[in-house]
Write a protein that binds this ligand. Sequence first.
Ligand code: MN
Length: 254
Amino acid sequence: MKNRQPRILVANDDGIQAFGLHVLAEHLAEIGEVTVVAPDREQSASSHSLTLRNPLRIDEIAPRRFAVDGTPTDCVNLGVNVVLRDTPPDLVISGINPGGNLGDDVTYSGTVAAAFEGTLLGIPSLAVSLVIDREHHFETAGRVARQVAERILAHGMPPDTLFNVNVPDLPSGELAGFRVTVQGKRGYSDAVVENTDPRGRKYYWIGGDIVDGEPRPDSDMQAVREGFVSLTPLHLDLTNYRVMDEVKGWPWTP
Ligand code: MN
């Protein structure tokens, strides 16, 4: 990266009009050339889905601002392979999601999936989420994102890794600091709400409160509870190496 600004691809899962996306792009514009490629509508909890059965369209709605009629993963894929084909980004940053992506919830997250896609394409990537409480301090998350981006640009990113960053909903000056964390364990409380519609038919609403299933001092959830920015390095390799020998020991008959 000689004699040029870092190129930063920004995406999200909340759509191109989302406030968190604008805050993120603004803060990153202080340190690099930002290109936004984001879904044309909200795509939260879309996970790592790639559109393969339908054509996709890219709409340039403003200079360096592109809306795609697809998922967050589609956006990063087309951002790297089409929009920035001749000028590959140095970083992919997804967010700022209005709501945490903590513990096992990262597996549903479109925000994290966008960063996953960047990593798969060989580009250092991170996801940034604001753990909304009451105040909605997106500015705090924007400043955090900028700082983490600067660190990655300076130090590089370990291979096959992405950073999942969760920011407590506090004014910048009240943050306790940064903590490198492990992915926590999600618990369940009223995970599915059952109700009856006006025609007497039952319906179900998936959701409910996130509960810390197995509290531990080094988890992402605990860090945020204590006012720390949580930075979890996630690995692309989902293999559970610890159980390989045990599973190999089961009686496998061909
Ligand atoms: Mn979202």
